[in-house]
Design a protein around this ligand. Sequence first.
Ligand code: ADP
Length: 733
Amino acid sequence: MSAPAATLRARVRDPILRRVAAVGLLGALLAALVVAVAGNREVLHGITVPMALLLPGLALLTCLAEVTVVRLRHGEAVEELSLYEAALVIDVLLLPPREALMAAAAGLVAASVVQRRPPVKAAFNLGTYTAAVSVLILIVHLAGGSPGTVTPRVLVAVVAGTFAFTAVNLCCLAQVLGLINGRSPWAVVRAEARLSAYMALGTVATGLTTTVVALHAPLLLPFMAMPALAVTYAYRAAAREADERARSACLLRLSHALAEREDVERRFLLLVREAFDAEVALILPAGQDQALSVTATESAVVRRGAAPSWLAAARDAEGPTQLSEHVAAGLRQVVVVPVAAGGRRFGTAAFAPRARSRMSTGDVTLLASLANALAVSLRGAQHLGRLVEETSKLQAVVEQSAEGIMVVDGDAVVQMWNPALEALTRVPAAEALGRPMARLFDVPAQEPGALLPVSPGAPRAAAELTIRRPDGEQRRIRMAHSATFAAQGLTRDVIVISDLTREYRTERLKSDFIAMVSHELRTPLTPIVGYVDLLRKRGDRMTPQKRSEALELIGDRAAHLSRLVEDLLLASRFGDGGDEIALDVSAASHDLRALVARVVQDLGSPRVVVSVPDTPVPAYCDGGRTVQVLANLIGNGLKYSAPDATVEVTVRSSAEGVYVDVRDHGRGIPADALELVFEKFYRVEDPMTMSTSGTGIGLFLARRLAQAMGGDVTVASTLDVGSVFTLALVHPY
Ligand code: ADP
């Protein structure tokens, strides 16, 4: 009593057509065999109804039985269960073979017309059933059955024939189901065999009982409706269960898709359409006129296109709405549900069931909550997107900040370390992350709490401290904290670290400069004031020699003072940047040996050891300025080394230029101050404990002057071993 068929899909249409043709051919052959073998027997035992009434009556019954259909879904295909097979058993038992065949075919064709089945499907059904019923008729006929008699032999033959009928039916169906679902026909046969066997039993039982009742107690026939209905309901329950199972699987996949938040709208449409076996499923995003849709004919493709006009009426509906009028041709019912969550509307979804089915209230409620779940997922995706965007903005700020930024957890372990901090501390992020901050900042001579001076009462403390980098250089930094505390103590501290070294140095230079200038000016002024006082009070009583000595000393100190002032003035003409006033140097060719000899003679120190080539070493320079530079370099060599240590002055020449090396064996210069000594007013010594006098502008001027002449002054030094200052000048040609 099963009337199997398959919903046909365009994508497999051609191979299906071939199979339908084959099944049709098989049906025709077997039908011809029935006509040939069974012939035309008109004898009806115990049947009083004339054939002219019986045949149409049974054909009508067969048609009605086929119309009471229950659809069973197999993935993309649908099997239809009906009482048709039971009617066939009745036809075979009550009619001669040829008429039975006619009643079966006529009933089926009529049912197909009533149900407006697609022609291919109707043809397939006709072929299948003709083949199957022919087999049944042949078996019953061969067992000697004749219309209206139910002997034990006939009974056995009907049972065997029904199983044969079912087998033929199933094999034909498997061909098409296998094709549609991409499985082998044999797998379909195996999966369906059990259910088909039960159905065969049901068919025999219902058909036989009805026939016997019709023959022997026709008055009881109306009661046969009860078992028939019971069987129909049993099928319907089985169909619903199978549907629910398929739908649950779809909904499970849908819940995964919603949780993944990727491509949700498209996946939602595909899965919901499949779960509800809808003809059309679409989503119209809020504020747009282009909708996403998927249809049963192209069930794997989501298309974007203009929203259908019938949706306009319901697109702003607050709750589920059903449209049944003015919708597109072929759609009987459309369910429209809002895609909204948490007060936000993302759009509208619409679903139309297949032409022959309707959505129940339960379906509509389920669709509404699924649309709500979609909205929740979309909202989550939006939040996530915004979060990612914000995080990346924050990341960019942290990455590109000129200030060092560090985040530490409650145990003062580093969680974040930005590139500016890498540059400032010379500690790479990879090394810093996960380590306690105290291990990363070498803070000489600071109390232990200096690194983390925050407390619940002062979570925004700031502190200045000096750190020593791994390369030995000291940096002055400012740490501005922004800490958060919980009951158990510190939970996090965000620290912005600025490099104050330059400002700190400038500040120090300013105060050093005042100390230095007052000291340097006082030194020559003291003897000048003393001698002038002496000359005024007792000058007339002094010997001419004493007086001239005093005047000479005053003149010498005054000259020193004027040199000092001149240097200061000169230095002030150079800014720290590139806006300095051009130095006027009048360069010409000078023998470097002669210039060195003049400086050494002026200094008059026996500690200076000169070594020069025998031949002149011509250099392109300003004679007076070169003497000034050399006097500073050699003077420093003497000043910053022991009173008995020598200072070696070497003049040399190479292809690139000419050089004077001034080597001393004195205190040397720390590595981090090697370049700083050329800065204006920079002195390695602390001006408060000055053991040597100086202004810190000698080397600054020396380098600027050398550069103005096209050369340079460089230094190499080892602390406590000595230094080599080199004046490089260019050849005059
Ligand atoms: P000044 O000697 O007047 O202080 P300079 O500009 O000539 O100024 O030198 C700057 C600083 O460089 C000095 O204060 C000193 O600390 C350091 N310096 C210069 N030459 C030497 C040297 N030969 N050995 C050690 N330190 C030196």
